[in-house]
Design a protein around this ligand. Structure first.
Ligand SMILES: O=C1O[C@H](COP(=O)(O)O)[C@@H](O)[C@H](O)[C@H]1O
Length: 355
């Protein structure tokens, strides 16, 4: 069996790769030009042939594509993102949510009945406000992810510019309202979050740290349990100042990998061996500490995006936006380690979608 994987990028293209685990090969089979920096990919919740991407530009756009069985895409629609640099998308059952990074605007586009499903209904929006102490990166709110809580009707928006993750719910009239926040150390820049049991894990981009909060339902506030660095031995100054942690993933435990682990990507490591993927154990009933498990040198430069796929989330695909191409790693030693099994050179990969 082979797997098709779409690759978002900081070029004008979305690529389709085929990963063959038996041949341990990764091949480029199709490319489609969609516009400036299609950096994120989200499928329609029911019609899996439809995929949305955001064009990261000042007049942000959302492009809808239709994919055939072979992974060949066709553009079938486009709408404004109603903001600048839409770097995050979330498809709920009835709405496409857009996080506009530079303008700090959260936009909800109701799905219509026919493909591309994003035409015909006016969007609603929410303008965030807030800043942080980092004058270069926190001059305004910068939503970097939109993610649904796995067990509750709550959407979370890590806001790198305001040092908080916003907790939103949709009221009876359909409008999204902020009902609470997770607050972080000033200047830390929350970028992405992941969940395991009742704990929220956050990757803090600007300080390259991971935090764990006990995360009860609203209206209760979260409680900070622990914060750890995303590298045991960060590079010395001045290189350490450019390190920017990016992705955090926690695949659900399963028969092949019964023990949960947290996987975090670092960016901009000056080492010739590339950026580190750090592996941690989550906090547990007996310890409120995040446990350091391992660090894997990826050979990738600026490891912005990575995604698990395959049976029992056996493989991790990851890309170096500034070099090293795209690699597939197999989870080994029960998930405590990663072994490279396939690679391909590709320009500026930023995100992935296993079809
Ligand atoms: O300033 C910007 O930075 C953001 C974040 O970049 P990332 O690669 O760290 O995600 C980017 O999304 C935006 O387009 C750009 O204007």
């Amino acid at each position: 069996m082979v797997y098709r994987i779409l690759v978002a990028s900081y070029t004008n293209e979305i690529y389709t790769l085929v990963f063959d685990p038996d041949a341990t090969s990764l091949e480029l089979v199709s490319t489609i030009t969609v516009g400036h920096h299609p950096s994120w990919l989200t499928p329609h919740p029911k019609d899996k042939s439809i995929v949305y991407t955001g064009l990261e530009q000042s007049d942000g756009k959302i492009v809808a594509l239709k994919y055939d069985e072979e992974g060949r895409g066709t553009v079938i629609g486009e709408i404004p993102s109603e903001g600048a640099d839409p770097c995050a998308l979330l498809a709920l059952e009835d709405e496409l949510i857009i996080g506009n990074y530079s303008s700090g605007r959260f936009v909800a586009v109701p799905f219509s009945a026919e493909p591309p499903y994003i035409l015909g209904h006016p969007p609603s929006d929410l303008q965030f406000t807030g800043t942080g102490p980092n004058k270069d990166r926190q001059e305004a709110p910068h939503p970097h992810q939109v993610i649904r809580h796995p067990a509750r009707d709550e959407v979370l928006v890590p806001d790198l510019g305001s040092d908080k993750t916003r907790r939103l719910i949709r009221e009876a009239d359909g409008k999204w309202v902020e009902k609470g926040v997770v607050s972080y150390k000033p200047g830390s820049g929350p970028r992405h979050v992941a969940f395991y049991e009742d704990i929220l894990y956050t990757v803090l981009e600007l300080t390259s740290e991971v935090s764990a909060h006990r995360f009860p339902p609203l209206p209760a506030d979260p409680t900070l349990l622990d914060t750890v660095p995303t590298m045991r031995n960060p590079p010395p100054s001045p290189d350490v100042a450019s390190m920017l942690a990016a992705e955090i993933l926690i695949p659900s435990p399963n028969a092949s990998y019964p023990t949960p682990y947290i996987y975090v990507s670092n960016r901009n490591d000056p080492s010739p061996e590339g950026d580190i993927i750090a592996i941690y154990s989550p906090v547990s009933a007996s310890s409120d500490k995040i446990g350091h498990v391992a660090e894997v040198r990826s050979g990738l430069k600026h490891l912005r995006g990575m995604e698990f796929g395959g049976p029992d989330a056996k493989w991790l695909i990851a890309g170096g936006a500034q070099g090293g191409g795209v690699k597939v790693f197999e989870r080994v030693d029960g998930g405590k380690g990663l072994k490279e099994v396939a690679a391909i050179e590709l320009a500026a990969p930023t995100g992935f979608l296993w079809l």
